[in-house]
Design a protein around this ligand. Structure first.
Ligand code: C5P
Length: 274
């Protein structure tokens, strides 16, 4: 049997409100998450021994042993597998690369072994539950509460990473306030126009502390904000990847060409969010 192939999309936090701090040090989140049509590819097949091969344009520096979340996901599922991870997304970038890969491994193993993965995937990481859903969702709690949301049309988007890795615990640690206001209610049924108006009034509370850690994030946001047709520019997750939303995919592609020529070292990907 050929390996099962599973797509591991980039996760984008269009909003990320930090609304509290638990006694165990984890933060309460209120986030609107969507998934891109770009991402990593994971290949999974049954094997007598665990193995992980990392390939693809962003493979450099990615561990191919038990440190990798793909490997941990197979151990969590309780099966040995031969996994190939084709890496396209930057690491430690705020777009859930490792979490999406782990969710893809679990989904691949479900197909290989015909048995569902444990329902509570939070122990693998706060973003893994939403990545198991893989669809626009409201994420709450510390990441374990995922409510799928209806979206009408894909949102044209440009993802830009200014080439720096960001430590999530460090960004959370620099957060000035832990008890910020939650999101306003999601504008049900209003289409992309209402969603954009709503998004503009929401926040990513990790953006300011991430800019303290990596000032180049402010530059990435300014570059995105200045692009023709950009309706909103914001950081995803704990950074450093930032996104801009557009009315048309053509505008997102034109923006990608402009950023790629002005900042040749940056990772630049136009995509559609679903
Ligand atoms: O769960 P994950 O491995 O993605 O989290 C990385 C780190 O981010 C955690 O160790 C914690 O410091 C911080 N975090 C948090 N509150 C959350 C999620 C993550 O403080 N809800």
């Amino acid at each position: 049997m050929p390996p099962i192939e599973v797509f591991a999309p980039a996760k984008v936090n269009l909003t990320l409100h930090v609304t509290g701090l638990r006694d165990d040090g984890y933060h309460l989140l209120d986030s609107y998450v969507m998934f891109a049509d770009i991402g990593d590819r994971v290949f999974v097949e049954a094997a007598d021994e665990m193995s992980l091969t990392v390939t693809g344009p962003r493979a450099a520096g990615v561990p191919d042993d038990a440190r990798n979340l793909c490997w941990k996901a197979a151990e969590f599922y309780g099966a040995r597998a031969a996994i190939t991870l084709e890496k396209h997304l930057p690491a430690a970038a705020g777009i859930g690369g490792g979490s999406s890969d782990a969710a893809a491994v679990l989904q691949g193993l479900e197909q290989v072994y015909g048995r569902p993965a444990p329902l509570d995937t939070l122990p693998l990481g706060a973003d893994v539950p939403v990545c198991m859903v893989g669809h626009a969702a409201h994420m709450a709690g510390i990441g374990e509460r995922v409510l799928p949301l209806f979206t009408e049309v894909p949102m044209p988007c440009l993802l830009v990473n200014p080439g720096v890795e960001v430590s999530t615990p460090e960004v959370f640690g620099r957060l000035a306030r832990k008890d910020n206001p939650p999101m306003e209610p999601w504008p049900e049924g209003g289409g992309n126009a209402a969603a954009l108006d709503w998004l503009a009034r929401q926040r990513n509370d990790l953006q300011a502390p991430a800019m303290d850690v990596q000032p180049v994030i402010a530059e990435a946001l300014a570059v995105l904000d200045a692009l023709p047709g950009a309706r909103l520019a914001r950081m995803s997750g704990s950074g450093a990847t930032c996104f801009a939303l557009f009315d048309t995919f053509q505008d997102a592609e034109a923006g990608a060409r402009a950023v790629a020529s002005a900042r040749p070292g940056w990772w630049v990907e136009p995509c559609r969010l679903r």
